[in-house]
Write a protein that binds this ligand. Structure first.
Ligand SMILES: NC(=O)C1=CN([C@@H]2O[C@H](COP(=O)(O)OP(=O)(O)OC[C@H]3O[C@@H](n4cnc5c(N)ncnc54)[C@H](O)[C@@H]3O)[C@@H](O)[C@H]2O)[C@@H](O)CC1
Ligand SMILES: Nc1ncnc2c1ncn2[C@@H]1O[C@H](COP(=O)(O)OP(=O)(O)O)[C@@H](O)[C@H]1O
Ligand SMILES: [K+]
Length: 532
């Protein structure tokens, strides 16, 4: 794996970043030299941004930049940026409400003032700035922000101006993304060296804005020395996601070799869930698709998914599947994967017992999860013989794992605990979907769109994931890698659909039609190894 690819996947905690930095300094890199290098890269990036985006940053002779400077090296970086932008002709002003500063930061402040950059006592005096640089705190934030800094940050936020945060928005916990007291609401974040975990947590996203990484050549040996060869937390990136897709197909194959997926979904009340799950399964390219639904849904399903084998099952009085009635000579072991849950209602309780006893990979979603929670998540899953993937949103997660951490806060901790206790792969849905395997490795989906916050999007994911698992069954690819690929593909389809149709135009049915569009764009642009 090349440097760029590795760096794009690495995610670090504050402690890991500190340990990596210490190795660099122990190796002989002077602290001041590194600050000069890093801040030079930041200044270059800001200058390019200003030139690139003239609607957001209009050219004007009075264009003024306010720079917020903290007591540590985040403040030191900000002061070097202030000096560089000043020498490049920008009008800059500084706000640094700290009397105690680290030595290097103090030296840079003294020099900045000596060349004529004014350091203001009050942030109000920067009110006319067009852009702010946030260099108050980086990964060294230790406690909740208090006054007078809290008031200054709140004032800055009220101005609703463009703010570029250095490393991470000040006030965010580097690991959990929690707002500690108050936090800068940045429009852009330039993360330094390696992605900080907090920037990938849902609770941070209101403050992060558009995030990008500034690579300052941290040696790979230092990264591996602290994180090990197999990273504990990884961003899901395009290259790894594409590499687990079942492309290209071998020329000599047949439908059963390309995976047989069984979907179990729907009820008289929720027929749409069954349909969307089916369309998600179809978009995966799976060789054979069988869909078990209550008898009364059979004709609608056949009309919409003519290629699928629709299995009409006896119904309860309420219109849920009463029992699985598979075709003659078929039992659950004939399938390569099963996905079960969307639209079932809790009345389909008896069928869950049956699928849990099967020995093929199983995805549980929606009512499949609710029924599992009623049965007792952990004792029930302990009896499973084959891999299980649970795909809860935060509400379902709470029902499944009432004693674990809150899935709305440190989601990485929550999903990791859940996978360890249940011995399942757990995919916790959200703006930054998090996936954990029972061994404690976590995958985070770094890009998505709120266009997906819409009923039915999750059903599409269930079908898609089931279809990919069925196709991977003979390929020895870990279930968690396939799960990460499904999350990436699903989110990319949402992003592409939102670009073409706005965030309001991505209903779940439309989403299914964009799945293949993503592959057309990505596969063609990345490689010529795929044949069509
Ligand atoms: N050596 C370098 O030049 C490099 C610097 N980097 C920068 O250095 C930063 C880390 O620097 P530091 O370790 O100095 O940490 P910070 O600059 O994030 O802040 C630490 C300082 O803030 C004080 N502090 C913490 N919480 C506070 C609170 N709530 N209220 C008031 N004061 C508080 C601490 O006592 C300490 O003095 C990174 O985020 C990054 O910006 C690195 O990214 C790259 C290498
Ligand atoms: N704000 C958001 N940003 C990005 N993706 C989101 C957001 N909100 C929801 N999603 C995604 O949309 C899907 C919603 O699934 P789910 O809650 O199960 O809905 P449903 O059951 O209605 O299908 C998940 O894949 C989730 O990650
Ligand atoms: K900052």
């Amino acid at each position: 794996m090349g440097r760029q690819e590795l760096i794009s996947q690495v995610v670090v905690t504050a402690q890991q970043m500190r340990d990596i930095e210490n190795r660099i300094f122990a190796g002989g890199m002077p602290v001041a030299a590194l600050m000069e290098k890093v801040a030079g890269l930041i200044a270059d990036r800001i200058q390019t941004k200003l030139a690139e985006d003239t609607t957001y940053f209009p050219h004007s002779p009075s264009f003024r930049i306010g720079i917020l400077v903290g007591p540590g090296h985040n403040g030191g970086d900000a002061l070097v940026v202030a000096r560089e932008l000043y020498f490049r002709g920008y009008e800059v002003g500084i706000y640094c409400p700290f009397s105690k500063r680290k030595e290097l930061t103090s030296q840079h402040l003294q020099y900045a003032q000596s060349i004529g950059i004014i350091c203001y006592e009050s942030i109000e005096l920067l009110a006319d700035c067009h852009l702010f640089i946030d260099g108050l705190f980086g990964f060294g934030l230790e406690r909740a922000i208090s006054d007078p800094i809290a008031t200054a940050i709140n004032q800055l936020n009220e101005w609703h101006k463009p703010v570029i945060a250095i490393d991470l928005p000040s006030g965010l916990h580097t690991d959990t993304g929690e707002v500690l007291g108050t936090a800068v609401r940045a429009t852009h974040t330039l993360c330094l060296g390696l992605w900080k975990l907090g920037l990938l947590q849902d609770q941070a996203l209101d403050c992060v804005g558009k995030a990008e990484l500034i690579d300052f050549d941290i040696p790979l040996a230092d990264i591996h020395a602290i994180l090990g060869k197999s990273l504990g937390i990884k961003r899901i990136v395009k290259t790894t996601a594409l590499s687990t897709l079942p492309l290209p197909r071998p020329p000599v194959t047949h439908k059963y070799k390309e995976g047989h997926l069984l979907l179990i979904c729907g009820s008289r009340r929720y027929s749409g869930g069954a349909l969307l799950t089916g369309l998600g399964g179809r978009a995966s390219g799976v060789g054979m698709l069988s869909i078990a639904v209550p008898e009364s849904l059979k004709s609608i399903m056949v009309a919409q998914l003519p290629e699928a084998l629709i299995i009409g099952c006896p119904e309860t009085e309420s219109g849920a599947i009463a029992q699985l009635q598979l075709p003659e000579n078929t039992d659950l072991s004939k399938f390569n994967a099963i996905a079960c849950g969307p639209g079932l209602t809790r009345d389909a309780n008896p069928i869950l017992q049956q699928v849990l006893e099967s020995t093929v990979p199983l995805v549980l979603d929606a009512d499949g999860l609710n029924i599992l929670a009623d049965m007792g998540t952990i004792p029930t899953l302990q009896k499973r013989q084959a891999p299980t993937v649970l795909t809860p949103h935060a509400g379902e997660f709470k029902r499944l794992f009432p004693d674990l951490s809150d899935a709305n806060q440190d989601r990485v901790k929550a999903v990791r605990e859940a996978a360890a206790q249940s011995h399942a792969v757990v995919l916790l849905k959200g703006a930054r979907t998090a996936i954990a395997n029972p061994q404690g490795t976590v995958w985070l989906n770094p890009e998505s769109t709120p266009a997906l916050a819409r009923g039915g999007s999750g059903d599409v994911l269930t079908g898609l994931l089931g279809g990919l698992l069925a196709q991977a069954s003979s390929k020895n690819i870990p279930v968690e890698d396939i799960t990460a690929t499904a999350a990436w593909w699903h989110a990319q389809a949402g992003i592409l659909a939102a670009q073409e149709r706005t965030e309001l135009g991505v209903d779940a049915h439309t989403l299914t039609q964009y799945l293949i569009q993503v592959l057309l764009l990505e596969v063609i642009s990345t490689s010529d190894k795929y044949s069509f």
